[in-house]
Design a protein around this ligand. Sequence first.
Ligand SMILES: Cc1cc2nc3c(=O)[nH]c(=O)nc-3n(C[C@H](O)[C@H](O)[C@H](O)COP(=O)(O)O)c2cc1C
Length: 213
Amino acid sequence: MPEELRLQADFLQLLERDNPLCEISEWVWSELQRGSRDRNHPWNLGCISTVERQNSGELLPRSRTVVLRGVDTRSRTLDFYTDGRSAKVCSLLDPNVTPRVCWLFYRHETRVQVRVDGRCEILARDQAEEYWKSTPSDSHKLYATKDPPGTRMENQLPNDPEYDFDRAQDHFFVVRTRVENIDLVSLSSKGNRRLTIEYEDLSLPARLSWRTP
Ligand SMILES: Cc1cc2nc3c(=O)[nH]c(=O)nc-3n(C[C@H](O)[C@H](O)[C@H](O)COP(=O)(O)O)c2cc1C
């Protein structure tokens, strides 16, 4: 069965269990973990949104796709890697904006949407170095452009930007989201479902509730 359909089938099966809310909560985290390890999993790619201050001072929502690189089910964190010069990192470092991010995982075939809210931290250099060492060297190019991401180019050729591989590691950032809230919606001919999982403190159990879809 394709990965997408399995995801939806698994979710529907959990509804039959004695304590579906708890089972679904555990399932969401184990699927996120699988997403971070398996490129073919529907949740390997997520969309993250941040609020960004424009030059005019206006705050605008901004979304983009990123690869889910790491999931820690115990500390309830999600990681992505990025270029520290990118607009999203600038917004997370803006002292006047709370460093919050909203992740969205969805593929048409799954009909299961997972929205995750959390607070972000950027890992310190020495911590990020561990992750840098484990990234394949061909992906170092992603962080090696001389100009920051988004700089205007004269033409479209992908080999045009100049690279400086000695600086690539300086631009490699690991962004960690500490999850505070998960909102899951499943659309199905057997009935639409919506539930939320709220975390107050790591030492406290999550608050689970069904919601009107
Ligand atoms: C399939 C796909 C995966 C991507 N993965 C990442 C990623 O893991 N990290 C990242 O910073 N950008 C990734 N990008 C590029 C971002 O979507 C975005 O264009 C870029 O990071 C600049 O975003 P910003 O200007 O809003 O900061 C990916 C794009 C695509 C299409």
